[in-house]
Design a binder for this molecule. Sequence first.
Ligand SMILES: [Mn+2]
Length: 289
Amino acid sequence: MSETFVVGDIHGQFDKLVGLLQRAKLINHHNDWCGGTNRVYFLGDFFDRGPDGIAGLDLVMRIQQQAASVGGQLHGLMGNHDALLIAVHRFGFSETSRIGGLLVESWQRNGGRMTDLQRLKQHHVEWLMSLPAMLLVGDRLLVHADAYLLYTSYGRSIEAVNRNIYKLMRSHNEEEWERFLTEFSERMAFFDDADMGVNGAQIASDFLRIFGGLQVVHGHTPIPKIIRQPPEVVTKPLVYANGLCINIDGGMYLGGPGFAYRLPSWIESIASFARKPGSEPPSLQTGHA
Ligand SMILES: [Mn+2]
């Protein structure tokens, strides 16, 4: 039977990417696809903060072809750092661009690596520009960021959001890009904020009602930063907002080993809770980290 795996923010950590794919038996020791008809979803942020974003993307693009040839599937989603890299590539060194200089500055401040930009080829750019922003996989709504305003401001359906962001990727309108990149820095939208009177589970439930699905699966905000644990010990996702959200960003760039999360079927999830009476999905009742 085919399994579905989800992988969070890689951020240039090529060796960890290889490690987690090998541990999940999706690639062999030659780094070739051996996952058969399994499916893998990468939640974006292939780039920045780590040494080799291009090597990671090259591997992902190569095994995507290999997977497809045997009935497997590999999909990616758009992360804010991937969008930022495209923006820097397009505007960063253009003499006519108003935002170019600022973009390069902000990209480098946020971990952008010149070595990635120098090796970024047109086929990488086209692959990245065609990534969807959200996908419904079974009952799970996959997005890069734990963001509400960002996605809802581009549409009220998955198709509309993906279509509008697809168009934006091909746009040379600097204001539109600026707005998009700013909005894409939103995070922790599904957390309670007592001071602001925000109920995270309520926001998550609204989000799921708009776009569909029973649970939001996202990356973008490293789990070690939220649970205040050493990154090295984070090897599994964080379920929160009364089980409506699951964060799979293990914080590889912070020192986490990273993991490929095997998405249980919804029936399987319910059964595992039922087997352990009293074991609710762990939900965090904290404010902002
Ligand atoms: Mn991100």
